[in-house]
Design a protein around this ligand. Structure first.
Ligand SMILES: Cc1ncc(COP(=O)(O)O)c(C=O)c1O
Length: 372
């Protein structure tokens, strides 16, 4: 399996070039509105003073970091604003590889392909721990895989692509593995506002010196194009206290700083957006999950029912989730998903569908007509 180049953009392009109407369920790009205050923040920004058009602090706007720190219950010094969770994950992982002994990254199978691609890019040793059929990770498997060579355990909950939400006990046990091996638990929590179970708890709750929590406003505020994310590093006075300073320096050398207008608009949105906005988005997704999976039932497909995130995985008898089959579905059924094989071996037979379109029933009906 080639993890060098994640395949999302290839499939999106294939669907866009198709000579027919295609229901696009490839990417994690929300089709719902960002908060009103976000749009207002961007509009008002255009009238700002010239100083507002200059470099922000490299670590992120102070007020935004304060807002994040208060929400996450951590000291502001631990918060670095990044170019999306993508950069936050990169800083967390490279920090662990540099700082901790060992060159191994433990990930799950299925895996969010950018983690695996990053491991390749960094010449790290990749170990994949399969999750069970419900998408849950058994921390005992991670413990069995871990060794002195382990620099980081990289997990994502609510999960892309399985939709699993790991219970607090799983996260606590994973934190213990990281602590026992002088490693870092990188906990990617970008879908934390899309937990339908109510069971999600941030890895920061473990209050450990061995956790880096990464997050983003890409999904939370439906703004994947604005590129604002963040990482919360361990406290500076703890055993891995130098991780945050390493990350600040890397971030500065690589980017100089992040986007000031985007950060300002996010700050305004955080301050002014009521909880109903987030609940409405969860409700919309719950409804889409119900409608899509009911229609998949009619197609005789096996599927996952997500506890969180945006995705449903489906398996169709005799039609494995290869890239060739996904391209066939685009051309011949008019539905675009992501091949399961892009996420590893354990879900190679499956296809992942992102519920980022209101046309979920139409998509499932097309699948039923073509494959049923
Ligand atoms: C698990 C996971 N982490 C990170 C990202 C990237 O987030 P960002 O847009 O904040 O870089 C995604 C995007 O789909 C994701 O699914």
């Amino acid at each position: 399996m080639d993890y060098e180049t994640p395949q999302f953009f290839r499939v999106m392009q294939y669907a866009a070039d198709a000579d027919r109407d295609v229901v696009d369920m490839v990417s994690g790009n929300p089709d719902w509105e960002p908060p009103e205050a976000l749009r207002e923040g961007l509009v008002d920004y255009a009238d700002g003073d010239v100083s507002e058009f200059q470099y922000p602090p490299s670590v992120g706007l102070t007020e935004l970091r304060t807002e994040i720190a208060e929400r996450r219950g951590v000291d502001r010094s631990r918060v670095l604003v990044t170019n999306g969770a993508g950069e936050a994950n990169h800083l967390a992982t490279t920090g662990a590889l540099e700082r901790c002994d060992g060159s191994e990254l433990i990930m799950t199978d299925p895996v969010y392909p950018y983690y695996a691609g990053r491991a390749n890019l960094l010449d790290a040793e990749s170990t994949f721990t399969p999750v069970d059929e419900t998408g849950q990770l058994d921390p005992a498997d991670v413990r069995a895989a871990a060794s002195d060579e382990t620099a980081a355990v990289v997990v994502n909950s609510p999960n892309n692509p399985t939709g699993a939400v790991y219970p607090p006990e799983t996260i606590e046990a994973l934190v213990a593995v990281a602590e026992d091996h002088d490693a870092v638990l990188v906990a990617d929590e970008v879908y934390d506002h899309y937990d339908f179970t109510g069971a999600f708890e941030s890895a920061l709750a473990a209050d450990s010196d061995h956790v880096v929590a990464t997050n983003s406003f890409s999904k939370t505020l439906a703004i994947t194009g604005l590129r604002v994310g963040y990482a919360v590093f361990p406290p500076e006075d703890g055993p891995l206290g130098d991780l945050v300073e390493r990350a600040r320096t890397r971030h500065m050398i690589q980017n100089v700083a992040g986007s000031r207008p985007a950060q300002a608009a996010v700050l305004r949105a955080l301050r002014e957006t009521p909880p109903e906005y987030y609940e409405r988005n969860r409700e919309r997704l719950r409804d889409r999950v119900d409608r899509f999976t009911e229609a998949l039932d009619a197609a005789g497909a096996e599927y996952t029912t997500p506890g969180g995130s945006f995705y449903v995985m489906a398996r169709f008898d005799g039609f494995p989730g290869t890239m060739a089959n996904v391209e066939r579905l685009i051309d011949e059924a008019g539905v675009a998903g992501m091949p399961g094989e892009a996420f590893g071996e354990s879900r190679a037979d499956w296809i992942r569908f992102a519920l980022v379109t209101p046309r979920v029933e139409a998509a499932a009906e097309r699948l039923a007509d073509y494959l049923g």
